[in-house]
Structure formats: C-alpha cells, structure tokens
Design a protein around this ligand. Structure first.
Ligand SMILES: CC(C)(COP(=O)(O)OP(=O)(O)OC[C@H]1O[C@@H](n2cnc3c(N)ncnc32)[C@H](O)[C@@H]1OP(=O)(O)O)[C@@H](O)C(=O)NCCC(=O)NCCS
Length: 215
C-alpha cells in the first residue's frame, strides 16, 4: 500500500506520539535554541497508511511564528515528508504566522537537502549551540550522522508573507533586507528601513549566516 492520509493529532494519539518520538529521537524532550519542547504535548499532523501511523510532524506556534519541532517519516520516498511539510505550512499560514522555521543539526545533510528542495531558506548557523543543548539534554551524542561531530544548530525557514495584505508587511516588521534575501520582487510602498546589502540594524529576523553561540 503506498497511499497515505494526513490528519491532525488528537488526544488519543498522545501515547503513540510519545513512544514514536522516543524511538526516533531518544526522548520526548526536544531541545532547540536553548529551549525544551515536550514533543508529546505539542500539536501535530500524523500520516496514516490505513490504520498504521507512518509519519509525524509536531510544531509549536508562538509569537506569530511556527516552529517545526519533530519531523519523521517511516516510509521514506513516497511523499509523506513533503505532504507533512505542506500541511504544517497551511496550519502556520492559517494561524497568520510570519514564518515556518526549524532547527536541524550540522550532521543532518539529508535533511538540509530535503528542506531546501522544499522551499526552506538557510537562515542562521548557530555555531556550537549543541554545547548549550547538552546542558538541557545530556544524552545528545557528541558525534552524529556520517561520523560528523555534532556541534551546530542550523536554522531554516519559509517566510509566510503571502497571507498579508498589500502594504502591511512593513508594519509587521518585514524589512527591505527580508524581501531582498527571499527574492520577493514587490516591496510594499514606503521608504526602506534597510537597503539590500546593508548590515542589519536589528534582530533575530535579520538572518545572517554567521553567528557564534557562546554557550
Ligand atoms: C526527512 C524525512 C522526514 C523525509 O520523509 P519522506 O517521507 O521520505 O519524504 P518524501 O518522500 O516527501 O521525500 C523524499 C526525499 O527525501 C530523500 N530522503 C530519502 N531518505 C532520506 C533520509 N533518510 N533523510 C532525509 N531525506 C531522505 C529522498 O531522496 C527524497 O529526496 P528528493 O525527492 O528531494 O530528491 C525522512 O527521511 C525522515 O524521517 N528522516 C529522518 C528524520 C529526520 O532527519 N528528520 C528531520 C529532522 S530536522
């Protein structure tokens, strides 16, 4: 059977989610950007093949942003992962989030390929962030996939600007730099608050691929 269906998680799925995430990630405790998420308490989308769960995406919506917290498919290569991403994107846009973002680790080459092919932009490399994560979750190994030292968090994002009416993005904090970086042609009217190429004046949304974390 290769067909599958997606549906939102319901309360009765919690036990399965806990077991599944424990199996895939070692614990339901997931650490990203120095913060603990309990994956079995989060909302999510589940992929079902008949009665059998075959994929799961959990997410956290906060401050007009949606973070994809866990993301797994047990039947790879038939589109489950892609469909889950689209479904979470829809949820995030429906919740009027500015962006869908996620953290992956520097060893997860396959995930980097997967996400970029599905519209994610590299946002920031949080160098040595895993040192800090290990303080919250000591079981994070020192060496990851392919024998690569597990050191950095890589942040990727999809901007979800399309739902915003014309003229509004600037009010909601989108800068000229944002439009430039994401190759969005039409800027809303008004003087730019940063010219493309200028160094950013602000903030976590500025998005340089640099950044050294000092745990
Ligand atoms: C990433 C993942 C969810 C993709 O799920 P999927 O159901 O295979 O996704 P799709 O069928 O839509 O897409 C398959 C694509 O992923 C690639 N792929 C195959 N195995 C993969 C793997 N182990 N990890 C990542 N990508 C993989 C396929 O080659 C295909 O690539 P392409 O179409 O871009 O060329 C799944 O591979 C997975 O669970 N990986 C392990 C957990 C993980 O790394 N999660 C992300 C954490 S940040």
């Amino acid at each position: 059977m290769s067909g599958f269906e997606l549906r939102p998680l319901v309360k009765d799925d919690r036990a399965w989610v806990a077991a599944f995430v424990r199996e895939r990630w070692g614990a339901t405790k997931i650490v990203s950007r120095g913060r603990i998420h309990w994956a079995d308490q989060l909302p999510g989308i589940i992929a079902m093949q008949g009665d059998r769960p075959v994929g799961l995406a959990t997410y956290n919506i906060e401050n007009e942003e949606c973070e994809l917290v866990t993301f797994d498919s047990t039947v790879e290569g038939i589109g489950i992962g892609s469909a889950l991403i689209e479904a979470v994107k829809d949820v995030a846009a429906g919740a009027k989030c500015r962006r869908l973002w996620l953290i992956t680790t520097n060893d997860n080459i396959e995930a980097l390929r997967f996400y970029q092919k599905r519209g994610f932009f590299l946002k920031t490399v949080h160098r040595l962030a895993l040192d800090r994560s290990r303080k919250l979750k000591p079981e994070i190994p020192l060496v990851g996939k392919h024998g690569i030292p597990l050191r950095d968090e890589i942040e990727l994002e999809i901007p979800l600007w399309r739902w915003i009416g014309e003229g509004e993005p600037r009010k909601r904090g989108f800068s000229a730099r944002f439009f430039h970086e994401h190759r969005i042609e039409s800027m809303p009217k008004g003087p730019p608050d940063a010219s493309p190429g200028e160094s950013p004046k602000t903030d976590a949304r500025g998005g340089e691929v640099t950044g050294e974390d000092k745990p």
